[in-house]
Design a protein around this ligand. Sequence first.
Ligand code: GUN
Ligand code: ZN
Length: 428
Amino acid sequence: MAQLLLGQTLSFTANPWHAPIADAVNHERRGAVLVENGYIRAVGNADDLRAKHPDAKVTDHGDSLIMAGFIDAHAHYSQTAIIASWGKRLIDWLNTYTFPEETRFADREYADQVAKTYLDLNLSNGITTACAYCTIHPESVDAYFEAAQKRGLRMLGGKVMMDRNAPDELRDTAQSGYDDSKALLRKWHNVDRLSYVITPRFAPTSTETQLEATGALWAEFPDCLMQTHLSEQAEEIAWVQDLFPDQQDYLAVYEHFGLTGPGAVLGHSIYLSDREWDAVKASGSSLAHCPTSNAFIGSGLFNAKRAHEMHIPTGLATDIGGGSSFSMLRTMASAYEIGQLRGDALHPAQLLWMATQGSADALLVGNKIGNLVVGREGDIVVINLASTPVIEQRVARAENFWEVVFPTIMLGDDRAIEAVYVNGQPVG
Ligand code: GUN
Ligand code: ZN
């Protein structure tokens, strides 16, 4: 049966990084969204749509804001339990907290339990799609996709490949990494709403042989995404230079092995040279901005303005558990703060874009999800714009719509998430 959701609605008519905000955003004060058979069928004025669809089941969300569900372009579901681990920079953080935790995913029951917790936390924060790293264990991928499938979610992810510079229990080989990834890809890719993502962790944890096998696998299955990390921290970049002395820079390693191009999702990408920026753009690769992680692990300030000026598809990402929050509101706030530290004041519309359509474009699903427009899948978040006393008192002073929205971006969390719809169905 058709459902009509009433509230304020927000849709993008253009990219607010490239068009004036007033031309890029369609805001209806008394709006409505018609959802049927999992798809958005109409978006418009509440009175108009009520008159046109008198038989639809009406859910009135009052003054709350209805928009596309949030999309997390880069996360590690396997790091859910070690979020907020103290005191380390990237390499020590991986060795001290991350790798020991990831060894636990050899146990299928543990993987099932964390996958469930991870998806529950995502949904309570309005995240309806994520692109996740699992661990090297094929079981961790089965646990992730089975849990996502049960919830009807559009989710992306894949088995991490590492054949050096990681503990014994966390290493595959070039051959087994290739074979296991291929078997998982055949098992899960394009099943229901699931997509397999080829996942070499990052250059330091793969031998040249493994990177070569990974490039060959992607060439065999070019409609899959490929995700990895790039230029996150100074020590990491120096390490890559030592490990690959023949390559001129970090990105050149991935280029050499055929690991750039449309569908390559490069996490962090903070310290790119002019050559690397140009090569990312020329290749058609995507970037994932991980602001809470970049602050928490002490990595640095990603240049979101430059990425958008260059028209590079760029998503917003929690990077759980290097990232310090499951909230995409908090993640947008962190992106805003990092913009300020660079001298760039990102507009709330630009932040919301990155968290929805920007991430969808970066993951090559921008025609399926990411915007509240006719024909998209019914993944929707409903946001209470006065969810706490501090937000409420600030909103009382607001003089326009953006002054109503911005306090929730800066101060909101899961308490602001009033409802979530997945494939047109209310969650929980
Ligand atoms: N680089 C390689 N692996 C990781 C990881 O798990 N998290 C982050 N933030 N960076 C990485
Ligand atoms: Zn990451």
